[in-house]
Design a protein around this ligand. Structure first.
Ligand SMILES: O=C[C@H](O)COP(=O)(O)O
Length: 249
């Protein structure tokens, strides 16, 4: 049985006040018994979030990390540092990092390995652009991104990875993939992994991301291969994020 995971990626948004608001709301919240929930705030808010989320079901995540533990890398943050702040999840390969910061498959793999090396669960993000979908290349692109990383991991490392399918055209656009479109790609990812290891594929947690909101979450999360969500915009509103968490029950 796969435990659903809802992860809220605040991107470069949020405030100390929002951290506090989430802490209060989730301290009171009634959530499904079997559910993991994480918030991924910008780095400066990690310490406040660690304190503010104590005693709530909220776990902490990071939006990126440097592949190295330490060194002369101005502006960067290592997995080891994140771990000190109680970070349990880290995104790798988010399309914004792939596009805006030119992180290719190799850079994604390095970051994912760094996360694993310090006991952080990596969330590997994959997804096609609109042009790739329109030219029938969705599965090729997605399976290349998944395969590049998974093929280079040891079996015990593979079983600790969470994969988030985020069609690039659905991110921040209000244009969500239909539950059928998302299910089709995510079933394809699971099948592809099953070709190597059936047991691992059956336990692999797959998240959908891309304009998930309080109104469409239940239908997306009801699909057999969707085990949770990576939520951007809607994770900045505590009521919406709570509603999404509640529909993951
Ligand atoms: O990391 C989250 C995704 O990029 C989705 O963002 P969004 O929910 O604002 O479309």
């Amino acid at each position: 049985m796969r435990t659903p995971l809802i992860a809220g990626n605040w991107k470069m948004n949020g405030s100390a006040a929002l951290v506090e608001e989430f802490g209060h709301a989730f301290a009171e919240a009634r959530l499904p018994a079997s559910l993991d929930v994480a918030v991924l705030p910008p780095f400066p808010y990690l310490d406040a979030a660690r304190r503010g989320f104590e005693g709530t079901p909220l776990r902490l995540g990071a939006q990126t990390l440097n592949p190295l533990h330490s060194g002369a890398h101005t502006g960067e943050v290592s997995g080891r540092m994140l771990r000190e702040f109680g970070v349990e999840y880290a995104l790798t390969g988010h399309s914004e990092r792939r596009q805006l910061y030119r992180e290719g498959d190799e850079a994604v793999l390095d970051r994912l390995l760094a996360a694993l090396s310090v006991g952080i669960t990596p969330i590997l993000c994959v997804g096609e652009t609109l042009e790739e979908r329109d030219t029938g290349r969705t599965m090729d692109v997605v399976l290349r991104q998944v395969g590049y990383v998974m093929a280079r991991l040891e079996p015990d490392q593979r079983s600790r990875v969470v994969i988030a399918y985020e069609p690039v055209w659905a991110i921040g656009t209000g244009r969500t993939a239909t539950p059928q479109q998302a299910q089709e790609v995510m079933a394809g990812i699971r099948q592809y992994q099953a070709g190597f290891d059936r047991e691992l594929a059956a336990g692999l947690r797959l998240l959908y991301g891309g304009s998930m909101n309080a109104g469409n979450a239940a239908e997306l999360l009801a699909q057999p291969d969707i085990d949770g969500g990576l939520v951007g915009g809607a994770s900045l509103k505590v009521d919406d994020f709570l509603a999404i968490c509640q529909s993951a029950g």
